[in-house]
Design a binder for this molecule. Structure first.
Ligand SMILES: C=C(O[C@@H]1C=C(C(=O)O)C=C[C@H]1O)C(=O)O
Length: 281
């Protein structure tokens, strides 16, 4: 039996996937934006993927987390950016265009604007046109992933706010944007496959992290960043989950419940395989 694995075609996912070979097991890789993968995971169209941490919060009773895997940052993340021609403090009365690719960052923005900046009712909307066009016309807009990296590099606006940075100033904690989520029914039916997948994913990530400069050299040619920038981007992120990450995640969930974006406070439930993942001696 093989697995249907979601893949996000952003540079931040390269360290997970670059050395991962799905041909060995016949696993099927399905590429999409985080929002598309969240929906496919919720519908059972894929079995596991890197998904928005907010998606876990929404449907946590159907899901388990693969331990120690995330897309997170302690401070600046470089690719979750609010672009504006006005300082953020002046945005209380202005509409803010939001990307349709995200579930976590759009809620993080709402939470920061209310809890940290004291906005009563931020006006966030999904525009018909690309967010980049709104920003080019002098409006405010939120982008994530490679589109955020490209817009920042192009100097898209006078003011650029990194939501990882704002969260860190607000909370002193790392922020967990994405988690590897497996559907609970799949974890039960295909436990062996999920264990194997998890081991192969960890190995592929370990290989990437062991020589990030070489990976950046291999990948940068096809990307919007040069090798130095790509390396710096990956080095600002963390791909694991420490206690501090869990604290950051729990605070995000608490605030999402406070503002009624989530119905209940999620429990962090992990897929725990029957034997140790890697020999860490
Ligand atoms: C840091 C990022 O993390 C992402 C943000 C997500 C979201 O906002 O829902 C989901 C997956 C991650 O790719 C990014 O894409 O820039």
């Amino acid at each position: 039996m093989s697995l249907r694995i979601g893949h996000i075609d952003y540079l931040n996912c390269v360290p997970f996937f670059h050395y991962f070979n799905s041909a060995d097991t016949g696993d099927r890789i399905v590429t999409g934006t985080p929002a598309e993968l969240n929906a496919m995971l919720a519908q059972g169209e894929i079995d596991l993927c890197p998904a928005s941490s907010f998606e876990y919060g929404q449907r946590w009773s159907d899901y388990l987390l693969l331990p120690d895997l995330s897309i997170s940052a302690r401070g600046a993340v470089k690719s979750v950016l609010l672009f504006s021609s006005h300082p953020l403090t002046e945005l209380a009365e202005m509409p803010i265009a939001i990307t349709g690719e995200s579930a976590t960052s759009v809620h993080l923005l709402q939470i920061l604007l209310r809890e940290y900046y004291g906005f009563a009712a931020p006006d966030l909307y999904r525009p018909e046109c690309p967010v980049e066009e709104i920003v080019a016309a002098g409006g405010a807009g939120l982008l994530i992933g490679d589109r955020a990296l490209r817009a920042a590099k192009a100097g898209a606006s006078s003011f650029v706010y990194d939501l990882g940075d704002l969260w860190y100033s607000f909370s002193g904690l790392p922020f967990v944007f994405a988690l590897w989520i497996v559907r609970q029914d799949i974890a039960a039916d295909k436990e062996g496959e999920v264990v194997q997948f998890q081991q192969r994913l960890q190995k592929s990530l370990e290989k990437a992290m062991a020589d990030l400069p070489s990976l950046a050299g291999q990948v940068a040619g096809d990307s919007c960043l040069n090798p130095k920038e790509l390396l710096a981007y990956w080095q600002t992120m963390s791909f694991g989950v420490t206690d501090a990450h869990q604290q950051g995640l729990k605070l995000f969930f608490q605030l999402a419940v406070k503002y009624r974006f989530l119905k209940s406070l999620p429990e962090l439930k992990f897929f725990t395989p029957p034997f140790p993942l890697t020999d860490r001696r």
